[in-house]
Structure formats: structure tokens, C-alpha cells
Design a protein around this ligand. Structure first.
Ligand code: AMP
Ligand code: MG
Length: 344
């Protein structure tokens, strides 16, 4: 099939995209987090096409994108006040809330679970398409499963050109990592995935927050976890990635001792002069962590190259969005982290 290219700023784009969604087609949609591969979340056959295009495991549920808090009750029940508190504080925005699902949500969308994830994206084009289509849009990240997420229209075309009905080009994604996911189906709120909303900001609204173990450690493929997506190999280029922690100077000394031809260094812009002989690639500025989250997946995609042997990566420290960058990089590295200070 020919994939239609629709610029977000064109006045007809939202109506064309909404019509494709209503008719059971697939449209890649820009959001503030990453590009999503969207379909009518209530239409089993349309949702099945998402899984097929991505090569996504059937038990990995999708997020329903909705137009605002007033739609939560259409798809969820037993909604605690905390859900509305979160929506009020962070919607539209990069926060997904997991709640018990109503019958109208197909099991294909929820990956067989009795719960469903909902989010209202902070992107005008995305919300307009949801509004005009009149249905919740199920949209996982628009990458091929297991590959780094898509943060530009070019990334989406690279993975799906000729396989999906259309792509709406809204430019590079502002946040650049997928949404924060909070589960509200148990007594205590649980962070299932870090994202654009940091744990501190969530705690300020919720008062209490457990961090799921899938966030902080590698989980086995056969383990039962709350967020099924977290157990799969994710975000990773083909070659091994190792995170080198420690001060700028100690990390540079470590990497220079171990670097071999064919390796690459993924570092902060401020560190580029330290790695002139090590094929460095910067993904943003350490001094402005939002540039690191915005640039991470484009850099990981560039490093997804069979001629590269190994990548040494530098990772920001701290909370807020840095916590999400740490999580994605650790997953890309399969939690392989060396401390440059310890080797001295
Ligand atoms: P993606 O949109 O590709 O970032 O994937 C969405 C992720 O949201 C999945 O991989 C799951 O981990 C998570 N998710 C979606 N629905 C649920 C749910 N009902 N319960 C727990 N996690 C969910
Ligand atoms: Mg994904």
C-alpha cells in the first residue's frame, strides 16, 4: 500500500486521518512523547493490524488516547479520585493512568488484561484527530517492536513505509521518551514506567507511590509483571551497550582504556571534546536534561548499525525526566553498568 504523508499543519490533515481511523485503518500520529501507531481502540480488527505492523507480542497492551478526563468513565470503572487528581495536574500531558477496563474495551487492546491504560496527549494534532474520529485511539510507539522508539516522521517511515495507511508529520517530539505510567488499580499507586512526569511530581499529587521492580531491574520473559511491555527487550540497538558511570574525567579515562576500533561513544554535548578519537555521538546537553530525553531515541537509532561492535554510553543523574532517560538507557544496555571510579 502507499502510505499517505500528511503534514500536521495542513488544514485537511486531521479530518483525513480521523476518517482513516474510523474506517479501521492505521495512522502514525505525532504526540509530545513519541510517534504513536494509531487505530480505533474499540475495533478488534483495526487493533490487530497494529500488532501485525509492529511485530508486537499479543500480551503487550496498548494505551488508549482520549480527549480529556471526561472520557475516562467511558472506558474505565471503579475510578478513584486520585485518577482525576492526576488528570487535573498533568493532562494533557505525558502521563498514562491504568484503571479497571469497561466491557467495551476489547481484550486485544488490553493484551488480555482486565485493566486499561488511558492518556490525553499534549499535542494539538493528536487531540484533534481523536476528537474528529469520535473513538479512543489505541497507539503504541510507532517503532518495530524491540527497536528504539520513533521521535520523527522519518523514523516512522523508516520502519513502516508502505505498511500503514498514513503518517501525520508534526515535527520532532518535544519530550522524546514514552509517557509515565501509573497503575491505580491497587490500594497503593504504582509507577510502572518513568516518563516525562517525574516521580517527585507524582508523589506531590498522590502522596504515595511504589516503584514497580520492572522499572529498576531486568525482568525475566516468563515473569508475571504489572506492565507487560517492561519485560521485553526494548529500545536497544543491535550491538551491546554499556553505561559508564562516574565523573566526566573518570569515565573518559575508563572509555579510552577500553575503546577499540568499531566501538562508539554516546555522550553529552559537553563531553564531545573528550572523545575526539572515539567516534562520539552526542544526544543532548547534560546541563539541560530535556534535550537528552528529546535526543535519546534518534541517537539510539543512529547507533543501530551492524558494523558497530559496542557502545559506551553516558547517562544523566537525578530525578524528573532524567529518571526516565536513565530507565531507557539502562534497558537499552540490559542493565549493564560499569562504575569508572571502581576500576581506578
Ligand atoms: P507503548 O505505547 O509502546 O509505550 O506501550 C504501552 C505500554 O503501556 C505497554 O508496553 C505496557 O507496559 C503499558 N500498559 C498498557 N496497558 C496497560 C495495562 N492495562 N496495565 C499495565 N500496563 C499497561
Ligand atoms: Mg513502545
Amino acid at each position: 500500500m502507499q502510505t499517505r504523508y500528511l503534514p500536521a499543519q495542513h488544514p485537511d490533515t486531521a479530518a483525513i486521518a480521523a476518517k482513516i481511523i474510523k474506517n479501521g485503518g492505521l495512522v502514525a500520529i505525532p504526540t509530545e512523547t513519541v510517534y504513536g501507531l494509531g487505530a480505533n481502540g474499540l475495533d478488534e480488527a483495526a487493533v490487530a493490524k497494529i500488532f501485525e505492523a509492529k511485530g508486537r507480542p499479543q500480551d503487550n497492551p496498548l494505551i488508549l488516547h482520549i480527549s480529556g478526563p471526561e472520557q475516562i468513565e467511558l472506558f474505565c470503572h471503579h475510578i478513584p479520585q486520585k485518577a482525576y487528581d492526576l488528570a487535573e495536574a498533568f493532562w494533557p500531558g505525558p502521563l498514562t493512568i491504568v484503571l479497571p477496563a469497561k466491557e467495551c474495551v476489547p481484550k486485544r487492546t488490553t493484551g488480555g488484561l482486565s485493566t486499561v491504560a488511558v492518556r490525553c496527549p499534549d499535542h494539538d494534532a493528536a487531540r484533534e484527530i481523536i476528537r474528529l474520529s469520535g473513538v479512543p485511539i489505541a497507539a503504541p510507539s510507532a517503532n518495530i517492536s524491540g527497536k528504539p522508539s520513533t521521535t520523527t516522521a522519518q523514523h516512522v517511515l523508516h520502519d513502516h513505509d508502505g505498511k500503514i495507511d498514513a503518517i501525520v508529520d508534526g515535527g520532532p517530539c518535544r519530550v522524546g521518551v514514552e509517557s509515565t505510567i501509573v497503575d491505580l488499580t491497587e490500594e497503593r499507586p504504582r509507577l510502572l514506567r518513568p516518563g516525562g512526569i517525574g516521580p517527585e511530581a507524582l508523589k506531590a499529587v498522590l502522596g504515595d507511590l511504589i516503584v514497580d521492580k520492572a522499572v529498576t531491574s531486568q525482568v525475566d520473559k516468563d515473569e508475571v509483571v504489572k506492565a507487560p511491555g517492561m519485560k521485553y527487550r526494548h529500545y536497544a540497538p543491535q550491538e551491546p551497550v554499556v553505561i559508564v558511570s562516574g565523573s566526566r574525567e573518570q569515565a573518559a579515562a575508563y572509555i579510552h582504556r577500553h575503546f577499540e576500533p568499531g566501538d562508539r561513544v554516546l555522550c553529552f554535548e559537553e563531553e564531545l571534546p573528550l572523545y575526539q578519537d572515539c567516534a562520539p555521538l552526542s544526544y543532548g546537553q547534560e546541563a539541560d536534561v530535556s534535550t537528552l530525553s528529546a535526543g535519546l531515541f534518534a541517537a539510539l537509532r543512529e547507533l543501530d548499525d551492524p558494523t558497530i561492535h559496542q557502545v559506551y554510553a553516558r547517562c544523566p543523574v537525578g530525578g524528573g525526566i532524567a529518571y526516565a532517560v536513565q530507565n531507557r538507557l539502562k534497558k537499552a544496555a540490559a542493565f549493564h553498568i560499569v562504575d569508572a571510579e571502581e576500576e581506578l
